[in-house]
Design a protein around this ligand. Sequence first.
Ligand code: KG4
Ligand code: ZN
Length: 291
Amino acid sequence: MVPELASRAHQSNILPVVDLALKTAGIGLKSVDAIAFTLGPGLMGSLHVGINFAKGLAIGTNKPLIGVNHLQAHVAALFIEQPDPVLPMLCLLVSGGHTQILLVKSAVDMEIVGTTLDDAAGEAFDKAAKLLGLPYPGGPHIDKLAAEGNPLKYQFPKAKVPDLNYSFSGIKTSLLYFVKAETEKDPDFVKKELPHICAAFQKSVVDYLLQKFAQAIDVYKPGSIGLAGGVSANRELRNSFRELGNKHQLQVLIPSFEYCTDNAAMIATAGHYLLKEGHTTPVDVIPFVRG
Ligand code: KG4
Ligand code: ZN
């Protein structure tokens, strides 16, 4: 992603998008309770566009301003379709920038109990896809191709890291060496074997994600489990996550596709719960890039 282009796109789209959202909802600004926006983490240029627009709107309409953490919002997205889950919930947050296991006590109260030590799961998908000549973002392409492949044809080793943490750099490197070695023997290897490579890589990542998550279930004994972030759009992950929950007889929360990747509804939902608990943000707040 090119940050400069992203912030320009935000700048030119923000007003028409807000306007369209109000029209689609059939309401005016008067009926809005508060203005929620992303405080971070994210790209500085894009965050600035949102924060300044939100500040202007909040001051102009005299409504409360609520800064939302992007990752907290991914978790809040789970409460859109299931506002009353059995708590605590153990949440697997898998996006392009983060891979975390969170112990969720409420829509806005959560604790990180495991995290990646290097790449995020989405980043692993994106880097693998790039290596295989697929467009960015690569996760959805790998997902699609994997559906036609045999996941057991190849194997990529899982990294051994302590506690409930993850590491994805090993899987990525082993894919790199594997593709290099096979391409030396047959230059058309990737072209011929693409669905199988995708299926095997995807299985390695999903198995690894769920192996650690199952460990976390044993430690924290939650009442429900939830899947959040862009990678939760992955079909193999969704199916295996549901199976894991069923095996442990836990309530399973998996958002509809439209709430999996970054979206405004998740920021609004986090804002709703924060407002309910009396959290508002002063107008001199500044955004943050890293979580
Ligand atoms: O949550 P998100 O929209 O943005 C971030 O906050 O990062 O996640 C985007 C990530 C990308 O890495 C993308 O490749 C991955 O989610 N992704 C997928 C799928 N759909 C999106 N990864 C695997 N399978 C998918 N179907
Ligand atoms: Zn995200």
